[in-house]
Ligand binder design. Structure first.
Ligand SMILES: NC(=O)c1ccc[n+]([C@@H]2O[C@H](COP(=O)([O-])OP(=O)(O)OC[C@H]3O[C@@H](n4cnc5c(N)ncnc54)[C@H](OP(=O)(O)O)[C@@H]3O)[C@@H](O)[C@H]2O)c1
Length: 336
């Protein structure tokens, strides 16, 4: 495993990290999740990502249960949670969430932190992120609340996910003015279809404000691994109950073009003796602005394959990189 500093912090995170979105509690039961967690940890992964909204809090419970079963020492790993959407219900799966059970108010941020701590069964979160910006949110309320949670020892580092850079800069300026602990990380999508935020928009955060980036969906939910080459296979992510909206989200009305691009990556991967998943992960890993590439896997086999990206990364030279980027540009306009 390789490790990188979280921006200007001296915290060392593994360059590959493991997330629990969609897979935990659907394709992975507790036993399957534990196998993946054990494999990830044994390969040096030290950062595990979740959020209050992932399967209504169940993903956090499963991650906590896995950590306890595997007996990891608390100082040997980092975990994150994200706040905004609530658990989607009023804690009983039958009635909808009430207005105070979501959002970025002091009340919900504080409650969400306490609830995540209970679900994980830990005393503090390493990372606590505002999952998205919220219309009408108060920068002051968010910054003071996060600072308080840090002072109380319940959170170590805080940040945002997919916030417009102007809002993050406003947070940083507010914290500086009031001598509060500023946000330290952003969690954006980064893959061969989505490059703009990481490569352009967030560069001031990385270069001037010492932010770390922990990036998500490196395989564009599996498209880049060839998962949708021949239609939507039974058992693939797009067939998960409750995720019908994901099809439009990942293909953005460019299904054919995106699949064509993913297919063309196969020749380049073959040249390296790698799989397409490993190629796409190696490409993301090479970006030094990225602290850690969050991977997802719906089986131990996928996870083991994806860990192989670390061996592929050193062999991905500039000529292969430009070949990959040309394939993507010619088959599907890239968002950058
Ligand atoms: N901050 C945010 O808003 C945000 C948003 C999304 C994700 N995240 C975090 O980032 C993590 C990773 O994101 P992601 O799960 O979307 O990552 P991803 O790598 O883009 O997608 C993972 C999915 O791709 C398929 N896959 C993975 N490895 C494969 C392989 N070797 N061969 C074939 N298919 C493969 C699997 O889908 P199948 O189930 O079809 O096999 C797997 O569930 C999440 O778990 C979550 O923690 C954060």
């Amino acid at each position: 495993m390789l490790y990188r500093s979280l921006g200007s912090s001296s915290l060392q995170l593994s360059v590959l990290s493991f997330g629990s979105w969609i897979t935990f509690g659907t394709r992975l039961d507790q036993r399957g999740a534990n196998e993946c967690l054990a494999c990830a940890y044994d390969h040096g992964i030290n950062f595990f990502d979740s959020a209050e909204v992932y399967l209504g809090g169940q993903a956090e419970r499963m991650l906590g249960e896995g950590i306890r079963t595997l007996g990891w020492p608390r100082d040997g790993y980092c975990i994150s949670s994200k706040v905004l959407f609530g658990t989607g219900d009023n804690h009983d799966v039958r009635s909808p969430a009430r207005p105070t059970q979501q959002g970025l108010s002091r009340k919900h941020i504080t409650e969400a932190c306490h609830q995540s701590l209970r679900r994980f069964g830990v005393e503090y979160l390493d990372f606590f992120l505002c999952h998205r910006p919220e219309p009408g949110m108060s920068i002051a309320e968010i910054a003071w609340t996060m600072n308080t949670l840090i002072q109380q020892g319940k959170v170590l580092y805080w940040g945002t996910s997919e916030w417009p850079v102007a809002d993050v800069l406003a947070l940083i300026a507010f914290c500086k003015h009031h001598h509060l602990i500023p946000p330290q990380l952003e969690q954006p999508q980064y893959n061969l279809f989505h490059r703009q935020r990481v490569e352009d928009e967030y560069q001031p955060l990385v270069q001037e404000h010492g932010f770390g980036l922990t990036t998500w969906s490196p395989l564009a939910s599996g498209i880049l691994a060839g998962r949708y080459d021949v239609g939507t296979a039974p058992g693939s992510r797009l067939t998960t109950e409750g995720f019908a909206w994901l099809e439009a989200f990942i293909f953005e009305n460019k299904r054919e073009a995106r699949i064509a691009a993913a297919r063309q990556l196969k020749d380049i991967a073959d040249e390296l003796g790698a799989t397409r998943a490993q190629l796409a992960l190696a490409w993301a890993l090479q970006n030094r602005s990225v602290t850690s590439v969050l991977i997802g896997a719906s089986s131990l086999k996928q996870l083991q394959e994806n860990l192989g990206a670390l061996d592929v990364m050193p062999h991905l030279d500039s000529s292969l990189r430009s070949k990959i980027e040309q394939v993507m540009e010619s088959s599907s306009p890239i968002m950058r």
